[in-house]
Design a protein around this ligand. Sequence first.
Ligand SMILES: Nc1ncnc2c1ncn2[C@@H]1O[C@H](COP(=O)(O)OP(=O)(O)OP(=O)(O)O)[C@@H](O)[C@H]1O
Ligand SMILES: [Mg+2]
Length: 451
Amino acid sequence: MTNESENLIFVVDDDAAMRALVERWLKREGYEAFGFDGGAECLEALSEDMPEAICLDMNMPGLSGLETLERIRERFPVLPVVVLTADGSAGTAVQAMKLGAHENAIAHGRMAQRVTQLEREVEGRGYPGIAGNSPAMKAVFRQLDRLAVTDVSVVIHGESGTGKELIARALHQSSSRSKGPFIAVNSAAIPENLLESELFGHEKGAFTGAATRRAGRFEEANHGTIFLDEIGELSANVQAKLLRVLQERSFQRLGGSAMIRSDFRLITATHRNLADDVRAGRFREDLFFRLAVFELELPPLRRRKEDIPVLAQVFIRHHRDTINPRVTGLTPAALGVLLAHDWPGNVRELQNVIQRAMVVANGEEIDAVDLPDRLRSTPAAAAAIQTEAVADGGTLEDASKRLLVAALQKHEGNASAAMRELNIGRTRFYRMLRKFDLEGQIDELRKSGGA
Ligand SMILES: Nc1ncnc2c1ncn2[C@@H]1O[C@H](COP(=O)(O)OP(=O)(O)OP(=O)(O)O)[C@@H](O)[C@H]1O
Ligand SMILES: [Mg+2]
């Protein structure tokens, strides 16, 4: 059975001097502080005593701060954890943020510094304009390094908004064709009857409306790169034509007879599973093999959340001049919300969210309130906001109260569901309700929720 102590805070740090300092500071603020010199000891104590919050050093021998945090999170998803990092690497800080921790006031100022540092690292890599430091993006950069010295056809797979066109451009820029043109064609945006003439051109009078001769995109791409987006949407007719062009490296304009030669590199992209389309007979297998000499996979943003801080920072910098020059960064609470979101629209969605937030932001930092409701209303985001509120100078009481209200609202006054969400017992739950004067509100919520 766990004893819950109103004012108790655990301090976990292997450095005794640092621990004493934090304990002293907490006691001065009216808390009861209890110190541990390792994560294991703290976890053991958590089966007996439930503190209001934990101050956790990230840099410890034995069970690391991050491992300790992970285990705390498994058992107590919303227990506030203040991360103490004197010199933790940016990676550790970002991972800790993902686990719903936040940096304390001391480390807060360093976050911005770290992101700037991250940004510099990222930009030094030779693919300007592409931000990302996740293992997934590093793998993409390594593949680009290899592909840049070849001339093979590449298919880029990735959900909408993951940066497929950006990557295609980068590949062109770093290849020997960089002095030539980069021609991008969105196959899905062009009506079927016009696509053929768009790609291969036409002679004057080739069809009604063809008043003049027009060069096609393949012709324009001579000595450069042609990028065909949404390749999975091509009709059987265009697929057949494309296959011939790839075999012969020459083609005829519509209504023409002369063979036009063009020296192009072809990069294609799709959000569909082309292999499935081939199996289902929707996409020609022979064309697939020609296009997919190399397949590059761009993972969705939700699987590389480590990239979110640096992407957000890059977008803030890009849009400062045009939207709001005052904004220079994000609060940890806002970052917590961004990290909790699933990003179905990927990097494009993140960019839109940042742009919108810059429009509404009042201060120098984008705060959680500046973010759209659909991002803020999930339990994970709520926890991030509440937890961050502690670091931002709010009291633990405020944070616990808001957590409680958020959980009750979400479950329309259902006490058991709220307890489960907060992972707290019945005694503690009702004690908190009384303490925060919320007993009356349960009925209100139940009525308004109609449950
Ligand atoms: N790693 C990144 N760094 C910086 N900006 C990025 C990154 N990835 C994507 N973007 C930006 O996000 C937006 C969407 O990228 P892009 O158009 O390349 O995606 P896409 O995969 O081609 O999308 P769609 O499938 O909808 O055509 C662009 O504004 C792009 O500049
Ligand atoms: Mg695109």
